[in-house]
Design a protein around this ligand. Structure first.
Ligand SMILES: [Zn+2]
Length: 430
């Protein structure tokens, strides 16, 4: 495919008009002012459009579309214990498959090309990733409230089987990461076990970290250490990966994350909705931590529109610190794209650059709210809507275009999710 005369969000987070971008196979073959020589197949008229790297949802629980709107107006602990956990206990693999498929349809609609998803029923999540054409790092949530070692938990065998069946599947689109749900939902033995497993297997780790003040302070009372320092002591952070939330991280915690190359995934909407707090993004950036963005699950958001997260990241930092320069549009754009790709260990994604994977989103830049356009990055960060996306490509393949999904039967996925969610709610008498 050859995008002709299209405005492009370039590697330095600037918008350049009228470029040519050629895609060959799964990769970007050319970016430049001159029409490239050669045949790239379909030609795409880029006038009035803007091309940007696909957004990366660096912390999500895709199948939680099934719980969208099911647990409203509750504190995190009540939200989890009274609504989410009982619902999740009744899920089947097929529920998870259709929930994931609906989530990926939504993400693709909003220009998201890659996602990091922590949940259960890995084989069904994997099937949804492969069927939809998405790029995703999936992991199986590890929790333990008794004296067992990691290797004694069913999730250990499940992770091994998932690695064997799915690691690198779909031309590398699908990856399996190691996982620890959180400090408060595990034991020192299990944390050390996951750490050792990830190290031996060469896996990245996805973990929830310092999401609420209560969790952060309880950890300090329990171990005399912050969650980040405790996980470091247990060896978990020797494996780079994603620490989700990091709302209550202290300066020492930021230094720990930076030292180990662990990315901080900010989830502004979820953190506001559950009143968990606001991450100090400028402090994270100053400490040298790779910042990325996530939607968290649909149950605490309630959509998977990363454009909202990007805008909120910048606005909340400005408001929190009383400084309109606290986080720039460029920094927020980077967190939503390249920052997320690096968090997933996808160095070959997240930029529009020859040689990198063709994970792209095209926006309609002729909507009324796009004129005039003095500042391209600010327009993208503060003015653009997720629904401005008119085309989403993953691995060189168009998966969404002009209201049509090319790999997902959205009506079917929506009906399945509706029926399955109603079934569980009825079983619970809700
Ligand atoms: Zn989460």
């Amino acid at each position: 495919m050859l995008f002709e005369k299209i405005a492009v969000l370039t590697q330095d987070e600037q918008v350049q008009p009228e470029l040519y971008v050629a895609v060959q196979g799964d990769s970007i073959a050319y970016v430049g002012r001159e029409r490239p020589k050669g045949d790239f197949g379909r030609r795409y008229d880029g006038r009035g459009k803007l091309l940007m790297p696909g957004l990366v949802n660096a912390h999500s629980h895709a199948p939680m579309t099934l719980l969208r709107g099911y647990a409203e107006g509750l504190s995190l602990q009540a939200w989890l214990n009274e609504r989410v956990f009982p619902f999740e206990a009744r899920l089947t693999g097929q529920d998870v498959y259709f929930g994931s498929l609906l989530a990926y349809a939504e993400m693709l609609r909003f220009g998201v090309t890659a996602s990091a998803d922590m949940y259960f029923f890995g084989q069904d999540m994997a099937k949804a990733v492969l069927d939809s054409g998405m790029r995703a790092n999936i992991c199986l949530s590890v929790t333990c409230f008794d004296d067992r070692a990691f290797e004694e938990l069913p999730v250990y065998e499940e992770t091994l089987r998932l690695l064997e069946s799915s690691q690198g599947a779909g031309n590398g689109r699908l990856r399996v990461d190691a996982c620890l749900h959180a400090e408060y939902s595990s034991t020192p033995k299990v944390v050390a076990g996951v750490a050792d497993f990830a190290r031996r297997m060469g896996l990245r780790v996805h973990v929830h970290l310092s999401e609420t003040r209560q969790e952060h302070e309880a950890c300090k009372a329990r171990w005399g250490l912050t969650p980040a320092a405790y996980l470091e002591r247990q060896g978990l952070l020797e494996n780079p990966g994603i620490a989700a939330h990091c709302v209550h991280c202290e300066e020492g915690d930021r230094q720990i994350l930076a030292k180990h190359g662990v990315s901080a995934a900010c989830n502004p909407v979820s953190n506001l909705k559950l009143a968990s707090g606001i991450l100090d993004a400028p402090a994270m950036l100053r400490a040298g931590v790779n910042l990325c963005l996530g939607t968290d699950g649909a149950a605490s958001n309630n959509n998977l529109n990363l454009f909202e997260e990007m805008k909120d990241l910048a606005l909340l930092s400005k408001g929190l610190l009383g400084d309109p320069c606290a986080v720039s549009a460029q920094q927020a754009l980077r967190a939503a794209t390249r920052g997320g790709a690096l968090a997933l260990g996808r160095e070959d994604c997240g930029l529009i650059k020859a040689g990198l994977k063709a994970d792209l989103a095209v926006l309609d830049a002729e909507k009324p709210w796009w004129s005039p356009r003095f500042d391209g990055p600010a327009q993208l960060c503060f003015g653009a809507q997720g629904s401005d996306v008119v085309l989403t490509m993953v691995d060189g393949r168009v998966l969404y275009e002009d209201g049509r999904w090319l790999t997902i039967d959205v009506e079917e996925a929506r009906d399945q999710v509706q029926r399955r969610a109603e079934r569980i709610a009825a079983e619970l008498g809700a």
